[in-house]
Design a protein around this ligand. Structure first.
Ligand code: ADP
Length: 149
């Protein structure tokens, strides 16, 4: 069985993340969306709220599970019995970062990273953009899945 984790902060989960997960379902039998607890980043949306919101989005998809983790991503992959890490790439800057993480995760944990290119129409979307709009009471509905609107 091909199992992947899709790790991230998801603060909040965007249509870009949603698209990567949906496309990942064509590659993997099961995907565990792992919300990493990041002590260095200040949360905008509380982590428990993020968990339940993402669970609702995928309530009808039994092959997707959502978990919170606060360890190294490779250790989380191992705990979950996942052989793969799924990530998305939007731009050159993402590439550099993802390459370093992928090489390290392979070395440390023998976990393979699979990267999917973002759909061009979502390439400008980031959680940071949504957080900024939200902070100034702007409409975020174009950027987040239905359940979060
Ligand atoms: P992190 O803090 O680990 O980068 P994010 O929640 O920002 O976590 O992103 C999780 C994953 O989703 C990363 O692989 C990131 O490149 C990818 N991602 C973020 N935004 C998009 C988008 N608009 N389209 C596709 N992938 C995206």
């Amino acid at each position: 069985m091909r199992k992947a984790i899709f790790p991230g902060s998801f603060d909040p989960f965007t249509v870009g993340h949603y698209d990567i997960v949906k496309r990942g379902l064509e590659l993997f039998d099961e995907i565990i969306i792992g919300i990493g607890r990041n002590s260095e980043k200040q949360d905008t949306f509380p982590i428990r709220e993020r968990l339940s919101a993402i669970e609702k989005i995928f309530a009808d998809e039994p092959r997707i599970h959502v978990e919170i983790y606060d360890c190294l991503t490779v250790d989380f992959a191992r705990q979950q019995g996942a052989q793969f890490i799924l990530r998305g790439i939007r731009c050159v800057e993402d590439f550099e970062y993802e390459r370093n993480m992928a090489v390290a995760n392979k070395q440390i944990g023998e976990v393979e990273t699979i990267l999917l290119y973002t759909r061009p129409e979502y390439a400008h979307i980031s959680s940071t953009l949504v957080r900024d709009l939200y902070a100034y009471n702007k409409d975020i509905s174009a950027y987040v899945p239905n359940h979060l609107r």
